[in-house]
Design a protein around this ligand. Structure first.
Ligand code: AMP
Ligand code: GLY
Length: 420
């Protein structure tokens, strides 16, 4: 089968790595890809948010199956354009991608489905948003409705802070994403991520994970896209996962189908768990980055069969062959990330790294020039490893990091600390 993956980060490198191991893969193209992906697949420069351009490219290259990595093309309706062109696609329609693209939409679906989540209000003007904050008091969470690259959520400790966030959002600090605002109750507990495949009818769990969003050790400092993750997440026990499925995810999927917009693809449920009860924090309509790297390390080649079965509506007959293992991914970032950082710095030592089913250095933001690998993003490398225990996975991941010669690279040394 000829396969196209859209995206160019560590998530897509790990997806490409898993797909390439499957004997059903004849040809793999990744657009745009990165220097690490280019070592295992063909890369193509393509505007992946332009559905027409992606569809033409796929048809010209005899692509039979398209896997969409990031949320932006999904929110832009690229999956719809590809299906219109007769292609098999892994990823939700634009209408179903609203589960990530609009927080107000997700809250409305939770109401209709009776799914436990934080109490909230939805506002289109600052005055009524502030009146709600005055009534509810602080702490309180203020969220831009739309996609804001993880930056549109403010946990306000005081009413004044919440008011400032409301003014920022309606003032255009998040562009169109802040034209509407959701204000919600602060939930307490421990966060974990639950990944399931949905084909519009059936739901298949494919793993749990926890990530570290803060830049600094001990989970301090500014928020980032994620500095590391591990799978499974011990806090998401089987009993809690069953509750999340029956009380949150399945009712959500049924509501989407009832509305005529069935969901097909991976659904990433961010959960807050307190006293054995999961509540929904948010949905994402894609794999997490870097959570995907840990999941792919555990699933390996079967990840392709599962995504393929999902796209063909065959999840009822699909099974995950679980190994009793653990995986961890540690992000190496350019010094200064998530603030300003230098680009183009040289990375050495990558050639000597072991690459097998227990360890892979996935590339997130790299470029190749004359055979030399340089950093071209904030999050640059993802040392990803698997082991019989989380400690073993951790030790393998950090052993890879210690072999990398990149003076401008930094990482957190404490990924997994909650569990270890
Ligand atoms: P979101 O983009 O909705 O996932 O929010 C980003 C992060 O903000 C989440 O991963 C949580 O850590 C935090 N967060 C969002 N909503 C709440 C809430 N209602 N209570 C507590 N923390 C929250
Ligand atoms: N690592 C968090 C995310 O992908 O949204």
């Amino acid at each position: 089968m000829n396969i196209l993956i859209l995206g160019g980060g560590g998530r897509e490198h790990s997806l490409a790595w898993a797909v390439m191991q499957n004997p059903k893969c004849d040809k793999l193209i990744v657009a745009p890809g990165n220097a690490g992906i280019a070592m295992i697949a063909d890369c193509a420069a393509l505007d992946i948010e332009n559905g027409g351009a992606v569809a033409s490219f796929a048809v010209e290259n005899n692509i039979e199956f398209v896997i969409i990595g990031p949320e932006a093309p999904l929110a832009a309706g690229v999956a719809d354009r590809l299906r219109d062109a007769g292609l098999l696609v892994f990823g939700p329609s634009q209408a179903a991608a609203k589960l990530e693209a609009s927080k107000a939409f997700t809250k409305e679906i939770c109401d209709a489905a009776g799914a436990p989540t934080a109490a909230y209000g939805h506002f289109t003007d600052a005055a009524s948003a502030k009146a709600y904050v005055h009534r509810e008091g602080a702490p309180i969470v203020v969220k831009a409705d739309g996609l804001a690259a993880g930056k549109g959520v403010i946990i306000a400790e005081t009413v004044a802070e919440a008011e400032a966030a409301i003014d920022d959002m309606f003032g255009g600090a998040f562009g169109g994403a802040g034209a509407e605002v959701v204000i919600e109750e602060v939930m307490r507990g421990e966060e974990a991520s639950f990944f399931v495949l949905c084909d519009g009818t059936d739901v298949l769990p494919i793993g749990t994970a926890q990530d570290h969003k803060r830049a600094g050790e001990g989970d301090t400092g500014p928020n980032t896209g994620g500095m590391g993750a591990y799978s499974p997440a011990p806090v998401l026990t089987d009993a809690i996962a069953d509750k999340a499925l029956s009380e949150i995810i399945t009712p959500t999927m049924e509501e989407m189908t009832r509305r005529g917009t069935p969901y097909q693809g991976v659904l990433y449920a961010g959960l807050m768990i307190e006293d054995g009860q999961p509540r929904l924090v948010e949905y994402n309509v894609r794999f997490g980055d870097p959570e995907c790297q840990a999941l792919m390390m555990r699933l390996g080649a079967q990840a392709f069969d599962l995504m393929h079965a999902c796209a063909e509506g065959r999840l009822a007959e699909a099974r995950v062959n679980w190994a009793d293992d653990h995986a961890m991914t540690v992000v190496m970032a350019a010094k200064g990330y998530p603030g300003s950082y230098e680009k183009g710095t040289l990375i050495g030592g990558l050639d000597a790294l072991p690459e097998d089913s227990f360890q892979m250095m996935f590339h997130a933001g790299t470029t190749e020039q004359d055979g030399r690998i340089t950093a071209s993003g904030g999050r640059v490398l993802n040392a990803t490893a698997r082991g019989a225990t989380l400690q073993e996975a951790r030790d393998r991941a950090y052993a890879m990091i210690d072999q990398v010669d990149w003076p401008q690279g930094v990482c957190r040394r404490d990924i997994g600390w909650r569990t270890l």
